[in-house]
Design a protein around this ligand. Structure first.
Ligand code: GTP
Ligand code: MG
Length: 138
């Protein structure tokens, strides 16, 4: 799985019609779309997805935010996918994200930061399976 990562375009970026521009950046950076769907998370399911953060002070806000609208989930393939994708999206806090990164261009705040990217090969596999069956992965 070293060549795959999982990503989500987050609710405010979908609502503000940045999905097309973001997908264009992802494809132009050399990623192949393996799976893609638009869906909406319940607060409970958003909480499961970000369960590692359940002790953090922002966990409740994060659950509300991630269930506030539609998201676009995807599996992406490229050599060194996890690290290269984190580079493409930039730092969690858009104020610290490198110029030209997706978060630098589209994120509004440290919470409403436009896009998610897996932080390890292991989590990429877990997160991909959270959204997609084997038959939905191409
Ligand atoms: P993801 O790709 O979404 O996992 O972001 P990340 O890996 O860059 O950051 P992290 O996993 O530490 O945090 C997960 C998400 O929680 C972030 O993307 C933000 O949406 C939110 N978040 C992180 N830190 C803060 C914070 O200090 N305050 C608030 N309100 N939200 C935060
Ligand atoms: Mg993270």
């Amino acid at each position: 799985m070293g060549n795959r990562t999982f990503s989500m375009i987050k609710p405010e970026a979908v609502a503000e019609k940045h999905s097309g521009a973001i997908l264009k950046m992802i494809e132009e950076a050399g990623f192949r779309i393996v799976a893609l769907k638009m869906t909406k998370l319940s607060e409970e399911r958003a909480g499961q997805f970000y369960e590692v953060h359940k002790e953090r002070p922002f966990y409740n806000d994060l659950k509300k935010y991630m269930s506030s609208g539609h998201i676009i989930a995807m599996i992406l393939e490229k050599e060194n996918a996890v690290a290269d994708f984190r580079k493409l999206i930039g730092a969690t806090d858009p104020a610290k994200a490198e110029p030209g990164t997706i978060r630098n261009l589209f994120a509004k705040s440290i919470e409403s930061n436009a896009i998610h990217g897996s932080d390890s090969d292991e989590n990429a596999a877990i997160e991909a399976a959270f959204f997609f069956s084997r038959m939905e992965q191409f």
